[in-house]
Design a protein around this ligand. Structure first.
Ligand SMILES: [Zn+2]
Length: 58
């Protein structure tokens, strides 16, 4: 249950190449309404790849 005023959701960042979830992050939905797409280093691919935001699984 979200607290009152809670606008941050925990998100995962998934490698677009190997689909592994490599990072956890937060996004303020008010300040950043669009989905995140970041270039980050993937330990599985062993190189920098695009990482897409996904809802964090419980
Ligand atoms: Zn990867």
């Amino acid at each position: 249950m979200a607290k009152k005023g809670e606008q941050r959701a925990m998100l995962g960042l998934v490698c677009s190449v190997c689909k592994n979830r490599n990072y956890l992050t937060q996004r303020n939905k008010i300040n950043t309404p669009e989905k995140l797409l970041l270039k980050k280093f993937c330990n599985h691919c062993r190189k920098v790849t695009d990482h897409k935001e996904v809802e964090k699984l419980k």
